[in-house]
Design a protein around this ligand. Structure first.
Ligand code: ZN
Length: 112
């Protein structure tokens, strides 16, 4: 569903996504994906108890969460700050001390 926009610099259609950026191979222009996206419809994400979650909210984890690709576990009761709400299966973007940036599912957290 992601459509890569044309290059704003040279209108090339051969742009592609590279991490956080779109890249134009023709003029080497790079620009952030976020800024290029038109405002999406308001997306409401709720915690396990139905409270609305927003970027900047503090949440706690309500069950031990294994971290994909590592042996680390985010323990029940871990306090986390939401960086932003995103689309997808893991709808909370956050940063956890000692772990780093990761995505969480809103169904496994509660608003602190
Ligand atoms: Zn270009």
């Amino acid at each position: 569903m992601s459509t890569v926009p044309k290059c704003p610099s040279c209108s090339s259609e051969y742009t592609y996504e590279d991490g956080e950026n779109y890249v134009c191979p023709e003029c080497a222009h790079e620009w952030p994906i976020e800024a290029a996206e038109s405002p999406v419809e308001e997306r409401v994400v709720r915690d396990a108890f139905g409270n609305e979650l927003k970027a900047g909210d503090s949440i706690t984890v309500i069950k031990d969460l294994k971290i994909k690709g590592s042996s680390a576990v985010v323990k029940v009761g871990s306090k986390i700050k939401i960086i932003r709400i995103v689309d997808g299966d893991h709808d909370i973007d956050c940063r956890i001390d000692g772990v780093g940036a990761m995505g969480l599912k809103s169904e496994f957290v509660k608003k602190a």
